[in-house]
Design a protein around this ligand. Sequence first.
Ligand SMILES: [Zn+2]
Length: 430
Amino acid sequence: MSKTSPKNLDKALNELKNSEKEITRLVVNLIRFKSENPPVEDHDIQLFIRDFLRQAGLGCELHDPGDKAWALTSSFGDGNDGFIFYGHADVVPAGDPSRWIHPPFSGEVVGDRIHGRGASDMKAGLAAELFAYRLLYQNEVELPGRVEFVSVLDEENWHRTPIGWNTSDWLLTTGKLRGKACVMGEQSGIKKVCLGERGDYWVRLHSNAKPRHGSTPVYEDNACVKLFRVLESIHTTITKLRAEPPEDIRGIVYASPKHIAEDLGEAASITHDQLLEMLVKPTMNLGVVRGGTMINIVPDACEAEVAFCVPIGMRRESLHAAVSRMVEESGSVTLELLGESQSDPSYTKPDSRIAQTLKEEAADVLGVAPEFYVTQGTSDANVFRKHGVDTCFYGPGDFANTHGYNEFVSISAVTRIAQIYLKTAARYFA
Ligand SMILES: [Zn+2]
């Protein structure tokens, strides 16, 4: 079914097609802000984005949820059934600068590539959204709805807000964002649109024992040994749990391993079956272990931080119940929930208006329709979906070069994605 073209859409699109240099410059300028998280040192990048939008006459609001990770929102048009462009302006730390071929905050352009920390995740997507959003407004594209733009500074490491953790959750809870559909310019690559993701369940486990001389024959009565025994039994048990994805997303879940293999790059020696297992069973990462004082003392305390991923079709609460039960049965370990990362898995229906519009407009720009998939990772999309916002994760970067050294993005991908964003927002209401 072909939709009618909103008034002035072609004009805005033509301007966008001639804006490659300006879009490239915007990506470079965004990369030059050292917006590493952790730590968030300032919100200068948000002020820069505010000025970029203000120059076009767009109103902006800056929100202080309690620390330096300020959020920025902007909107135009009327109605509550709005469309949201979501971006995060924070990046993960650049790490050892000597490992970068191009300095991480230089935004150097070589051929079709822009280099630097955040190029892929997600300053290119952010720039493409800003351009699409600004040109829709400047060209007075006729839209029977409200378009919103949001940039947060705590996607890579959630911050505390007056109501809990995560700025997006605070914005949505307090009505500072009101839309019902959202495109996130995160690094899916242009050939595929992410419709779902696993949830996060993070805990800290503690164990105690009596400190003694290391020569005492008490191998089992040792805080580290006790904790490792429990960790092993949790791992064995939870990897036997299996979730059945709901019917309306099942086919996409089962077709996702090939896309995830591409995302994981060199780690793709993992087999198709292992990737599928990862999507339908919980997984567990033992991220941090601290315990013991010195080699000849029986440790009296040990703690471990463990990140579980919850598959689509399972609730975080049921995984928590299973893990808590084993911890209680052990009698020697206690569990503490880590508040900063708890989310249920979520997905947006493939036949939703936003998923279908995005797919059609991407097909029109690219000449081939992108495929839907679900990812093993997590993002703010779980938060948006928790608030009833249909959310698609679709942006110009590639997961394979995200969060590592020598991150880059393709200029031609950014410019095409910007066109897709502009058309999607315009036709979402058509
Ligand atoms: Zn991201």
